[in-house]
Design a protein around this ligand. Structure first.
Ligand SMILES: [Zn+2]
Length: 254
């Protein structure tokens, strides 16, 4: 499942493949992925315009054009950005942009859970997890009675963190995932923000995705990669969650 690092990698690909090019045609026949638009609607809006920027907020992507349009793109569970010659087979391409130079950039998604629509579609999102300030992080994340893990996953609070990044960062910051968000000390919140940023940067550097961190790899084996004790497992915030019971204590540290 894509988290912020996968979205940022896709944004960089979009930037490299699309920015500066004029749109000749948009293949927008998939009425499910392009809902609520009808076939031809995205094409009519964007045809002839030049892509000026590839942007990201949390897990959401969008292209901006010189005509003032935004084409929102969401990768769903397993969508990816592909570049292919116009004549190549279409397969699982859900939407594609053909440029005047005859290059073609497609959103490929076997499971059809991706989205494409006019407008960035980010109004419901909290600040981006990679750029949020310590002050905003303390105020938004460190509040309420919900488990801290659930708070991290709430995209309206903080945009971009998924299940694996959340577990990895809580493990790194020595915080038990079920603790009420409002019970965390300022130092713990600052550490958590820093652990999250570290996890995202590492995932951006690695070839793989957010599942390649030390803790994400170890959780399958059920053993803490630091102290070797057996990991605890429970559903927190609706997601399967792992933590080290020795190093991530249930109460606030004394
Ligand atoms: Zn441990």
């Amino acid at each position: 499942m894509p988290e912020l690092p996968e979205a940022e990698k896709a944004r960089r690909i979009l930037e490299r493949l699309c920015v500066g090019l004029r749109i000749a045609e948009v293949e927008d026949a998939d009425t499910w992925v392009c809902r609520p638009h009808q076939p031809g609607e995205l094409d009519r809006a964007l045809r002839g315009e030049v892509v000026t920027a590839a942007c990201r907020h949390g897990k959401f992507l969008w292209l901006e054009t010189d005509g003032g349009h935004e084409l929102g793109l969401h990768l769903g569970m397993g969508g990816s950005i592909r570049s292919a010659p116009v004549a190549a087979p279409r397969g699982w391409d859900r939407i594609a942009i053909v440029f005047e130079d005859e290059s073609r950039v497609a959103l490929r998604d076997k499971r059809r859970l991706s989205r494409a629509h006019l407008g960035a579609g980010i109004d419901h999102l909290g600040p981006d997890a990679l750029t949020i300030t310590p002050q905003a992080f303390r105020k938004r994340v460190g509040t309420g009675r919900a488990p801290i893990k659930a708070r991290l996953l709430d995209q309206a609070v903080l945009a971009g963190v998924g299940n694996l990044l959340a577990d990895e960062a809580l493990f790194d910051a020595l915080i038990e995932p079920r603790r009420p968000a409002g019970s965390l000390a300022v130092e713990e919140l600052d550490q958590l923000r820093s652990s999250l940023r570290h996890g995202m940067r590492e995932a951006l550097k690695a070839d793989g995705g957010s599942g390649r961190g030390r803790f994400a790899r170890a959780r399958r084996g059920g053993q803490c990669p630091r102290c070797g004790c057996e990991l605890e497992r429970a559903t927190v915030g609706g997601r399967t969650t792992y933590w080290c019971p020795d190093e991530q204590p249930a109460g606030a540290p004394r």
